[in-house]
Design a protein around this ligand. Structure first.
Ligand SMILES: *[C@@H]1O[C@H](CO)[C@@H](O)[C@H](O)[C@H]1NC(C)=O
Length: 132
């Protein structure tokens, strides 16, 4: 895709940039497999530029009391597929605060309260994703 971002195809590239978060209704990986959630390394105050950086995919039933290597306290935005929900915890082993994200686009996890004073940006340390 990056290769396609030549001068000639610039409008196409901007098109991608301006609609970065995937839709909950059509959430799948590059192989076309249905996902429960996709979590992203970065977010942006401009919502159309959120869901950037590396991503971590979760399928129905994925249960991670400990984050996959390198993903602890790293997630800043996420999308949960329709009819799915992603439960997250602020400490590994499903401890600390928890929150359930239902189907939808969560552009900036810093907008979601984690305890009295904190937020969920770079705070997820454990997760469980399920779909009905
Ligand atoms: C989520 O947090 C609440 C409040 O601390 C707690 O009562 C509940 O057991 C937690 N749920 C899970 C599944 O960890």
């Amino acid at each position: 895709m990056k290769l396609l971002c030549s001068v000639l195809l610039l409008p196409f590239c901007f098109g991608r940039l301006l609609a970065q978060c995937p839709l909950p209704s059509n959430l799948m990986n590059e192989a076309g497999e249905k996902l429960c959630a996709r979590m992203f390394e970065h977010s942006n105050m401009y919502f159309d530029q959120s869901c950037s950086g590396d991503h971590l995919d979760s399928k129905n039933g994925d249960d991670y009391p400990y984050m996959p290597l390198g993903w602890g306290k790293k997630i800043s935005s996420l999308v949960v597929a329709n009819r799915c929900s992603l439960k997250v915890w602020s400490k590994s082993g499903k401890l600390g605060n928890n929150r359930t994200f239902n189907a939808g686009v969560f552009y900036q996890l810093k907008d979601y309260a984690n305890g009295l004073f904190g937020n969920w940006n770079d705070a997820i340390q454990s997760y469980f994703c399920t779909c009905t």
